[in-house]
Design a protein around this ligand. Structure first.
Ligand code: NIG
Ligand code: FE
Length: 412
């Protein structure tokens, strides 16, 4: 089936040849065609150009996009969408003055979600999670990475990864799965950290890899969670089983997690709220994508990733939501892009690059996602009539999306 979209006011992120990511120096440029057409052949982008060069084709469906902007759908490379229940009470506790750390130390936080997860059936977790997945799809997300990490037992982690697998089977968007058994130490291992790490390495990783339930391995490398040494040990075991590292680092403290990630060729290092000059230096000339999660900074009132310093140093940057029940109960990439502009002083061009092609890189799918390129997936956002793409971050509280295309089909 041939779909022709005509009179597009601005067609964003147009790349003639496939690129895997944009570096810091290139992030300011968002290649755009004004007054454009776009042709989709089933699930694939077939052609694009300016309206003067519109070829004489017979389309099965023609969409007039007068006044509207078209861009590749968001690539959300860091989420924890699969979870049970919520943590509304902790939200109120934080309003009343308790910190994220204090709440975690008294058994709340990740352990609270782990308790709920282990008490909830796989069917029920699927039911709750698919609502969130459908919501983010309607908000323009066309590819998503989802982590485990609220099981913290072999059964719980497998349950989560099975839910992720089922979502991937039942929904048309690309889903990458990450094993995050090293998210926190379970209560009964509090005094035996080596014991839990041993369980991750000798039991969880082999079984997960054997059943092909994950693409990536993650560790929460942070004071009070997993040390750099423990993180390295777990990454190494994951790599031995074919899992590529993508790790949580520098959320609250800079303790060397970035350097560890780079050493083990992590595809991405994520959070990066606390960055010292050595951390920025370490990321230069590496293949590791730095990923910022501004809606986490917003929700927890913690610092924002210093995007300007990083881009000035020539680093690329990706943006993702971190959708999870504790630190970011929102999967809205439009809000992430707006917040990156408003709070991190990224330009709209930089933020859109970070949320599309660089997000695709951070989940290993930039060959098929993240730009308007012939042969890539027809995963698109078509906006309502707007004055320019600046509206996307500018009108930060509005939903400007008219329709979402996933694999060439409009989402109902
Ligand atoms: O990315 N920082 C670690 N993990 C999640 C939050 C986990 C939670 O609070 O449930 C994050 O922010
Ligand atoms: Fe996270």
């Amino acid at each position: 089936m041939i779909t022709l979209i005509t009179n597009i006011k601005e067609l964003l992120q147009v790349r003639e040849t496939s690129i895997d990511k944009v570096s810091g120096a290139e992030m300011a440029i968002l290649p755009t065609i004004k007054n454009a057409f776009l042709i989709l052949n089933d699930s694939i982008i077939e052609d694009f150009g300016t309206m003067e060069n519109l070829p004489d084709i017979k389309a099965d469906k023609v969409i007039d996009a007068t006044g509207r902007v078209v861009l590749p759908s968001w690539c959300d490379s860091h989420t924890h969408i699969v979870y049970a229940g919520n943590r509304e009470q902790e939200f109120v506790d934080r309003i009343n003055g308790f910190s994220y750390e204090e709440i975690a130390n008294r058994g709340g936080g990740i352990l609270n979600s782990a308790k709920k997860l282990n008490e909830t059936s796989e069917e029920e977790i699927y039911k709750q999670s698919k609502i969130r997945l459908e919501e983010v799809m309607h908000l323009g997300t066309g590819a998503v990475e989802i982590k485990s990490g609220y099981g913290l037992t072999i059964e719980g982690e497998l349950k989560m990864l099975n839910v992720i697998k089922k979502l991937a089977e039942n929904y048309p968007i690309s889903i990458k799965a990450t094993f995050l058994g090293a998210h926190a130490f379970p209560v009964h291992y509090k005094e035996n950290k080596a014991g839990y790490i041993d369980e991750i390495i000798t039991k969880m990783i082999p079984q997960i890899a054997q059943n092909q339930l994950a693409d990536y391995i993650d560790v929460f490398c942070e004071t009070g969670y997993f040390s750099v040494e423990e993180t390295e040990k777990i990454m190494e075991a994951g790599i031995e089983h074919g899992l590529i590292p993508k790790i949580h680092v520098n959320q609250f403290n800079s303790i060397g997690g970035i350097q560890a990630g780079i050493k083990f060729k992590a595809l991405s290092v994520d959070h990066l709220e606390i960055m010292n000059p050595e951390d920025i230096e370490a990321l230069k000339n590496t293949e590791t994508m730095p990923v910022a999660l501004p809606s986490c900074s917003y929700f927890l009132s913690i610092p924002y990733t210093p995007a300007r310093e990083m881009i000035k140093a020539g680093l690329p940057l990706a943006l993702a939501t971190d959708f999870n029940p504790g630190s970011t109960p929102s999967g809205n990439m439009n809000f992430v892009v707006a917040t990156a502009c408003i709070k991190m002083k990224m330009t709209p061009e930089e933020a859109i690059n970070a949320a599309t092609i660089n997000g695709a890189y951070a989940m290993g799918i930039s060959e098929t996602h993240g730009s308007i390129t012939k042969g890539k997936k027809a995963n698109l956002i078509l906006t309502k009539p707007i004055s320019s793409y600046y509206q996307i971050p500018y009108a930060f509280g509005s939903n400007l999306i008219e329709s979402v295309f996933i694999e060439g089909k409009i989402l109902a």
